[in-house]
Design a protein. Structure first.
Length: 69
């Protein structure tokens, strides 16, 4: 069965960061945020990581609320 692919994106300056992942792989995506944020050669910073992590969490929260209804 094909699981849906989720997507998060961030446009910052001249860069577009796009993260696609399958449900259940959220920890891997957050690890990618941390890796990018700790790279001094990358414009992606810890604030960006926090914003995208928050968005991911809100999406999961909304999906859980739908399942409870």
């Amino acid at each position: 069965m094909n699981e849906p692919v989720r997507q998060l994106s961030l446009v910052k300056g001249g860069h577009r960061y796009l993260f696609r992942y399958r449900p259940g792989n959220e920890a891997d995506v957050i690890a990618s945020f941390a890796s990018l944020a700790s790279d001094n050669n990358c414009d992606f910073d810890w604030f960006d990581a926090a914003v995208l992590s928050y968005q991911m969490g809100r999406r999961l929260e909304m999906e859980l609320d739908e399942l409870r209804s």
